[in-house]
Write a protein that binds this ligand. Sequence first.
Ligand SMILES: O=C(O)CNC(=O)[C@H](CS)NC(=O)CCC(=O)C(=O)O
Length: 285
Amino acid sequence: MTTFSAACIQMTSGTEPEENLKVSTDLIRAAIDAGADFVSTPEVTNMMEPYKVAAQEKAQLEEDDITLRAYRELADETGTWILAGSLVIRKPDDERLANRSFLIAPDGRIAARYDKIHMFDVSLDNGESHKESNAYAPGEKAVAVPTPWGTLGMAVCYDVRFSHLFQDLAIKGGASLFTVPAAFTYTTGKAHWHTLLKARAIENGAFVIASAQCGHHSEKRRTYGHSLIIDPWGDVLADGGEEPGFIIAPIDMDQVAKRRRQVPNLQNLRAYSLETPKSEPAPAV
Ligand SMILES: O=C(O)CNC(=O)[C@H](CS)NC(=O)CCC(=O)C(=O)O
């Protein structure tokens, strides 16, 4: 099978998992009705909770999480692949949470899990600052998982800024498509989002499916939206704009080999040494 229909749902998650589940389920069903074989949800679909203590109280172990359970049932009922972009999940052995992406197969089985590796610890000039590592334990394993259409490399949000992760997933993991669910800030999204995602698609000759949070989650938190589906040439097949909804696009996996034949940069990689010559003092005049 080389072609399928991929969808991204875009939403403004709030602090309550029940409410987020209702909104996301309606959008997933709408995307499936529109013909999607694969539907992704954004980062932290189940809970956009700025307060660490509240998030820790609400987060559930994997086996108790209502969103994961509902998505597994929905995948099984509809025969659709669902990527729970990420869910905030309690870890049994750590007071920090996991920012975990789940690939759910059409029979409801969890085909893969990936914990976001790179933590968004930044302070922006506009006063916005995030310290994700306060509340979350970073993952330590990259994940490339087989699907009927090709190998999927899993990433989450800030991971998109670490190009070597994607190159490892493509070369060592054999990935020909990537998922990058996100909750990009409005400021950094406007400046960097499209460029970063296109670059990951182009440099690896792979499809990118990136489902995004959008809009105002609280007074201090606004996300950029613009869920994107990008082909291996870097062309945008669908862009979700700034409002909640879903996007859908046909994916022809034959384009991966075609593109990699035309520009075989993954094969033209070379090892090199690095020199760091000390600069000579400027000659006195
Ligand atoms: O905190 C939450 O509730 C949900 N998690 C997020 O929003 C995450 C971690 S703070 N956001 C990002 O990684 C944005 C990256 C980004 O915007 C960039 O790389 O520019």
